[in-house]
Design a protein around this ligand. Structure first.
Ligand code: HEC
Length: 142
């Protein structure tokens, strides 16, 4: 009886990490945000228009105080860093399926299971986040 419980415990502890790892999907086209929030975030619009001024502000944040460039690179393709690779922002399919609201959630919460860190409230504010997203959109045409 004790042996059974013992082995059951081992099985459960072996199984648990695999189940939580499943929450992170390696497929970059899978949504990164929690399922219950997805619809709301997909409906969320960027409150800032992609004017040359706002994009320029975003570029400065990306290259400067947001430290985005350290992992995402100047060309937005992403550098080789340990663990899961940063997103390739020049990937047209990814640009098409990912919404600004979803990116905003990532900037506030990081991307669980990856080295994508929380940015808003740490190094930038929400307005700067929205502008950085406008800049990320410019990689689409490269
Ligand atoms: C320490 C490295 C690092 C830094 C700094 C960093 N990122 Fe990331 N970022 C990543 C990684 C790794 C991923 C891939 C995460 C994933 O696949 O979910 C990522 C993914 C993203 C995504 C895409 C997530 C999705 O929905 O597909 C966005 C948007 C993003 N980063 C924006 C930024 C911005 C803006 C900054 C700066 C304010 C920044 N990142 C700084 C490593 C970083």
């Amino acid at each position: 009886m004790f042996a059974k419980i013992f082995w059951l415990g081992i099985l459960v502890s072996l199984a648990l990490p695999t189940t939580s790892a499943k929450a992170f999907h390696k497929d970059i086209y899978q949504p990164r945000v929690p399922e219950p929030l997805l619809e709301e975030l997909q409906d969320m619009d960027n409150p800032f228009a992609p004017t040359p001024e706002n994009i320029e502000d975003g570029r400065k944040i990306f290259l400067g105080k947001g430290y985005c460039v350290l992992c995402h690179g100047k060309n937005g393709k992403g550098l080789e860093i340990p663990g899961h690779k940063p997103r390739d922002f020049t990937d047209a399919k990814w640009q098409e399926i990912r919404t600004d609201g979803e990116m905003m959630w990532i900037l506030k919460n990081g991307s669980p299971g990856t080295s994508m860190p929380v940015r808003i409230g740490k190094v930038i504010n929400e307005e700067e986040g929205w502008k950085a997203i406008l800049f990320i959109r410019t990689f689409a045409s490269e």
